[in-house]
Design a protein around this ligand. Structure first.
Ligand SMILES: [Zn+2]
Length: 225
């Protein structure tokens, strides 16, 4: 069997040492997609590896953060925290739920330090919730879904969209899907109606519109996700 991961070396933007990261091969089989975009794969969970951790200084973030220039004021803040402490997070080639959870929690903590964007915090919290979902830990999944919904709401209020490939309507849909999973049908309905009640979305973003309509139908029929 071919390995689903491989190891590459990168330079840490904080301590500038050479660190190892685990990358996932692109050819892994998708088995299902949940209504909040969580993708399940055959015998493997690539979300475990989306946050990179520097084995020397403990900096943790997604690949994009590691490979894009970090503004000097953020570098100064992060270096003042990380390089004055001896945070040792050993390199792990095959992460467990705990390893992945540590990586995501650190990434969220560093975003707090630099007052990072809510949309990015939402992405980390949402992916960590998916890791717990796939691992069957309902309690932690709920905790991080709640955080993800709140960060997405903050992003909708404060940020300019689209962010990466995500439009504001796509985020409104995600928030609805998350609140439905959390059992808050009132909030889910509120967000879904913003999409379904807007003919412009139907024309411009038919995929988002259709997903919202499907979720609405499931809710009305009392179907569980
Ligand atoms: Zn480092």
């Amino acid at each position: 069997m071919v390995d689903k991961t491989f190891i590459v070396e990168k330079t840490c933007p904080i301590c500038e040492k050479t660190m190892r990261v685990v990358k996932t091969r692109s050819r892994i089989m998708v088995t299902k997609r949940d209504d909040d975009a969580c993708t399940h794969y055959e015998d493997f969970n690539p979300y475990y590896y989306t946050v990179w951790v520097c084995e020397h200084c403990g900096f943790a973030a997604d690949e994009n953060t590691f490979t894009t220039k970090i503004p000097d004021r953020h570098l100064n803040l992060l270096r003042s925290v990380l390089l004055t402490r001896n945070i040792k997070i050993p390199f792990v080639a095959k992460r467990t739920v705990e390893n992945a959870s540590t990586a995501f929690r650190l990434a969220l903590k560093y975003l707090e330090i630099i007052h990072g964007k809510a949309s990015k915090k939402a992405k980390y919290a949402h992916q960590l919730a998916w890791i717990y979902r796939i691992a069957g830990d309902k309690e932690q999944e709920t905790e991080f879904l709640q955080k993800a919904a709140e960060y997405y709401e903050e992003a909708l209020a404060k940020e300019h969209f689209p962010i990466d490939a995500l439009t504001d309507n796509a985020v409104v849909y995600l928030v609805a899907a998350i609140y439905r999973r959390l059992g808050d049908n009132q909030k889910a309905t509120l967000y879904l109606s913003k999409i379904i009640g807007d003919q412009g979305v139907r024309t411009r973003e038919p995929r988002v519109y259709d997903k919202a309509r499907d979720l609405w139908g499931d809710m009305r029929a009392g179907r569980k996700n």
